[in-house]
Design a protein around this ligand. Structure first.
Ligand code: FE2
Length: 351
């Protein structure tokens, strides 16, 4: 786990687990400690990497806005520079070289703030993503539209599936707020247009197939918030039909033990939703590793406790014996600032 040449390739999954452990597709060693984070600008101080390394995660997930590379055109000069700064960032690279990791993008490493499928230089941005994250030449992400990806760790009974959704490549345009800046409708308002999509047909079909695969815990990573209500920034709730479709897909595929991970918001928080949900659904938002709003206040009808407006990373501690998952938003020193335990029993279908 500490040989840089191997762990760097660990990002790609099956081939690497074969190299380390000597078996096939699903990685045999169960995950017990997962950490994740988002919204890191390598121009800013990043003391938080030391705390993440001290936590000793089995896996780290870069949940989007992994650099701030908003660009003007298809040269993507700013994005290239941002990745270069990340390469020069000792903590960032130490984590990448010593911890198995996965990555998905959000708008600022996609290339344009709040952008979606109509972004004109998304192919160029994707090229830079594949390069920076060392995605090998035979990886499916090089052939498909978008960079959605999934990987499973551990064997039956202790298998964790990580699903990384691409929220940018196919997304329809948001409906702008008629009252920009007002509480609850800061930028966007819910749009019930049935033509609007979050994932696009190909990614929806792929997600259905993934949810039908066997897993004992599913970490579904969406760079933008899935369950959060009460604000008018980017979130699944701005496409209510798409959010309902997601819940319905979980129901149809009988996918138990789904937990959502998200970032983007420059705050940390925990959410629990029962309305319209197949079983009580939980979300942990961690943002950001360097970006945060110290005075964050917002309504949170389905939030568990207050938001956390300091630098933070998220952790998922999996107790396979007690069958419990502990979600924590941790501060810069690695101390839990917000925590919530979910018994796996709760994330089951009753009928
Ligand atoms: Fe974002």
């Amino acid at each position: 786990m500490v040989v840089p040449s191997i762990t760097r390739r660990a990002f790609t999954g099956a081939a690497v687990s074969s190299a380390i452990i000597g078996t096939a597709a699903a990685q045999p060693r169960p995950l017990v400690r997962v950490a994740f984070g988002s919204c890191v600008d390598p121009r800013e101080p990043q003391p938080i990497w030391d705390s993440i390394l001290a936590y000793k995660p089995d896996l780290f997930i870069f949940a989007g806005d992994n650099v701030y590379g908003d660009s003007k055109d298809r040269e993507v000069k700013e994005l290239k520079e941002a990745y270069e700064r990340a390469r020069q960032s000792p903590g960032y690279m130490k984590l990448r070289q010593s911890v198995r990791h996965l990555a998905i993008w959000d708008d600022h490493d996609y290339g344009v703030n709040d952008a979606g499928g109509d972004m004109p230089f998304k192919a160029e941005s994707k090229e830079e993503f594949l390069k920076f994250w060392d995605v090998p030449s035979d990886d499916p992400r090089r052939q498909q539209e978008g960079i959605y990806y999934a990987e499973s760790f551990g064997t039956a009974g202790q298998r964790t599936q990580v699903i990384l959704l691409d929220i940018r490549w196919f997304k329809s345009p948001w409906l702008p707020s008629p009252n920009r800046g007002a509480l609850g409708m800061e930028r966007y308002v819910p749009d019930n247009d049935p033509a609007k999509t979050m994932l696009g047909p190909a990614q929806w079909a792929w997600l259905a197939d993934r949810l039908r695969e066997p897993a004992d815990l599913r970490l579904v990573v969406s760079s933008i918030q899935v369950l959060a209500e009460g604000h008018g920034w980017e979130r699944w709730g701005n496409f209510p039909r798409e959010r309902r479709k997601l819940f319905e897909l979980v129901r149809q595929t009988r996918a138990e033990n789904v937990i959502f991970l998200s970032g983007d918001r420059h705050l940390g928080a925990l959410y629990r939703e029962t309305e319209g949900a197949p079983y009580p659904l939980t979300e942990i938002t961690s943002s950001g590793l360097t970006k945060f709003f110290p005075n964050s206040r917002e309504p949170g009808p389905n939030r568990l406790g207050a938001v956390f407006g300091r630098a933070n990373f998220g952790t998922i501690d999996i107790d396979w014996w007690e069958k419990k998952v502990r979600l924590s938003v941790r501060d810069e020193a690695g101390q839990p600032a917000r925590s919530h335990s979910v018994p796996m029993e709760e994330m089951r279908f009753r009928t």
